[in-house]
Design a protein around this ligand. Structure first.
Ligand code: FAD
Length: 320
């Protein structure tokens, strides 16, 4: 089933569900850790699973003749493969992320064809961030500058429009498309209003649902949804919740993800003196956030797990 249908079903049944995000394995690692993370949650009946896509790095390797070889390296390749493996093993709808960064539109077309053949019929269309060492996001010379262009390419393929079509072929995809939304504004955007209009462009181009950046104050999410509806964004908006799990998160997450930590959270987190304390508090705060979102009628809550799901399991036990 596609994610838009899963959300619609949860909405009409009145029973909230949860989904979560995983990372593909590090290069050289097998599938065990990813499967363990899913095993922890499978009995709670997750609605769907997202798998992140990781940007390449440029690596410089000194050669025996004294020259430097520069080549592309990816620490976590295999997003499409692991997504298909998860779907085949667990029967849970799995959503690979796809980014513009580092890809030509021709690479993207080939990746979409693989996903279509593998039965991965929902995907998350993203721009991606700047490559390490670059001050800003730089698109591939034959690629897309913004996620909206990727959404347009996917929508075109859904209509049977390929970049260089072969004669006499008629198959076309039927992808359901997720995109990212930012309750507290994307870091590059000059204003919340402009960011919202850019989000609307993605929806107008064919996005079927939105997953939000993490937020720790539900008020920011409720306000965002209201602003979206006012400008005519009518697709489902799924809140993205990150359970705090290390002391460093208090400093790192607001900086990297442009989200604010409410005073009450900082006050209550101040008693944590170890990562174990913070992991426990993270479950408590995320459970409170989730309970309030469910009470407000949100059909699906999406959890950012970073690959360890014991804390997500505790939250699900607490509130679903
Ligand atoms: P866009 O929608 O393209 O927006 C990027 C910026 O450009 C925004 O400031 C927007 O306002 C502006 N903008 C958009 N269109 C235009 C336009 N036409 N003209 C001018 N400005 C414009 N990153 C990864 O690398 N891999 C992942 O797997 C991944 N998963 C994510 C999942 C979620 C749920 C979220 C919220 C983020 C994820 N990210 C991931 C991070 C994401 O790639 C970054 O936040 C990135 O900086 C923006 O991506 P986007 O798709 O929102 O970009």
């Amino acid at each position: 089933m596609q994610v838009k249908e899963i959300i619609a079903q949860a909405q009409s049944s009145g029973k909230a569900r949860f989904s979560f995000e995983l990372l593909p394995p590090l290069k050289g690692d097998g599938t065990d850790k990813v499967f363990e993370a899913i095993d922890t949650l499978r009995d709670y009946n997750p609605a769907f699973i997202h798998v992140t896509f990781h940007r390449e790095l440029v690596k410089s390797t000194p050669m025996p003749d004294g020259t430097i070889e520069r080549h592309i390296d990816r620490h976590r390749p295999g997003t499409v493969g692991i997504s298909a493996a998860i779907k085949a093993r667990y029967g849970i709808d799995t959503v690979p992320h796809l980014i513009c960064g580092g890809h030509s539109k021709y690479d993207i077309e080939d990746a979409l064809i693989d996903m279509d053949f593998l039965g991965l019929d929902t995907l998350m269309a993203l721009r991606g961030d700047a490559m390490k060492g670059e001050p800003h996001f730089v698109p591939h010379p034959q690629g897309h500058a913004y996620a909206v262009d990727l959404v347009r390419q996917i929508s075109a393929m859904n209509r049977g429009e390929f970049l260089d079509p072969e004669e006499g072929v008629s198959h076309h995809s039927n992808f359901c498309i997720g995109v990212a939304g930012y309750p507290e504004k994307h870091g590059d955007s000059p204003s919340a209003e402009e960011d919202l209009l850019r989000l609307k462009e993605k929806v107008d181009a064919g996005a079927d649902y939105i997953i939000t950046q993490m937020f720790f104050d539900n008020g920011k999410f409720f306000d965002f949804v209201e602003r979206c509806r006012k400008v005519g964004i009518n697709v489902p908006i799924i809140p993205g919740i990150k359970p705090l799990s290390t002391l460093k998160h208090l400093e790192v997450l607001p900086r990297i993800f442009w989200c604010h930590l409410p005073e009450e959270l900082r006050r209550r987190a101040a008693v944590c003196t170890s990562n174990a304390d913070m992991r426990k508090f993270g479950v408590e705060w995320a459970s409170e956030q989730s309970a309030e979102l469910i009470a407000a009628g949100i059909p699906v809550i999406h959890y950012y797990s970073m690959g360890r799901t014991d804390n997500v399991a505790q939250i699900v036990q607490n509130v679903f």
